[in-house]
Design a binder for this molecule. Structure first.
Ligand code: AMP
Ligand code: MN
Ligand code: MN
Ligand code: MN
Length: 284
């Protein structure tokens, strides 16, 4: 088992736990190194750092940036970023701004499908004002009985090509990688197995990401099946990417994998954390 988890969320984006509670849970589960990677937001990192000191684990400053690439939504995780870097903070603020009008459009689309009061309903789950996203809507739709769980909400309403999906212009891939690199971080493509892209498109994405200075891809993630661990290990070796691992934990009853309890990387990969000073004392 890995003692490291490099992808999770708090109330600063669409997670259910406060940053301090995310860290406490990871520590209790045996993690020694944790990256908090809220969507388009670094506001939770200060609280997470404080909790990490208390619990004796190492916190990696992280973020998960929403990017648009050739009609796909690509999530780019930044690890060991400088959370005070101006380029990064300005960029993230610009992405967050668009979320409010998008949320209004999602609510309109849901209204036309007979789902009432979804903007107010989603807002009940929002802690950080601008950071409203589909997970908040999904929680409301489940609560109000429009679907049995979040997965069904995405299948029925909010997933790509579903009737309440609202196309949105996120960061360009170039900007997302650029902000992460400008702040001294490593850039990693999150859960590539979730992309609905064919092999040729995946190859094009990986090649472009590499050219932009991208460092790695997630191989082990709560969003991949175990077969996909091997599939993306092969991609990582081929494109000479480092491999990352993260639960993508959002909350106790919502996530496939709990925080801080990930299986080992497949053999023959370079872990993204190999040369990190924080990882020197890692017991595994
Ligand atoms: P957004 O950033 O507003 O587009 O929302 C994306 C978030 O929705 C992801 O980070 C997940 O938390 C959640 N999500 C996306 N797809 C699914 C799905 N199929 N089932 C459950 N949650 C999902
Ligand atoms: Mn999320
Ligand atoms: Mn993601
Ligand atoms: Mn995530």
């Amino acid at each position: 088992m890995l003692r490291i988890d490099l992808h999770c969320h708090s109330t600063y984006s669409d997670g259910l736990l406060f940053p301090g509670d995310v860290v406490a849970r990871a520590a209790r589960n045996g993690a020694e190194i944790l990256a908090l990677t809220d969507h388009d937001e670094t506001g939770g990192l200060a609280q997470a750092a404080e909790a990490a000191r208390e619990h004796g684990i190492a916190l990696i400053n992280g973020v998960e940036i929403s990017a648009s690439w050739q009609g796909h939504i690509v999530h780019v995780v930044g690890l060991r970023i400088d959370r005070e870097n101006g380029d990064l903070l300005d960029g993230l603020a610009s992405i967050r701004e668009g979320r409010l009008t998008r949320a209004e459009r999602i609510a309109d689309a849901l209204g036309k499908l007979g789902v009432e009061g979804s903007l107010a309903g989603a807002r009940k789950y929002v802690t950080n004002p601008n950071m409203i996203g589909r997970a908040h809507f999904a929680r409301y739709l489940v609560e109000a009985g429009y679907a049995k769980d979040q997965r069904s909400v995405f299948r029925k309403y909010l997933g790509a090509d579903k009737p309440a999906f609202v196309a949105h212009q996120w960061a360009s891939l170039e900007d997302a990688v650029g902000w992460i690199k400008a702040s001294g971080g490593d850039a990693v493509i999150a859960h590539p197995g979730r992309l609905r892209a064919g092999q040729a498109e995946l190859r094009a994405l990986f090649t472009e990401f590499k050219d932009l200075g991208g460092d790695g891809i997630e191989v082990v993630t709560g969003s991949h099946t175990t077969a996909q661990f091997d599939e993306f290990a092969t991609h990582a070796r081929k494109h000479e990417f480092k491999a990352s691992a993260g639960s993508d934990f959002h909350g106790p009853l919502e996530s496939v994998r709990d925080i801080g309890v990930l299986p080992d990387l497949p053999a023959g990969l370079t872990p993204i954390w190999r040369d990190w000073p924080e990882a020197r004392t890692l017991t595994h």
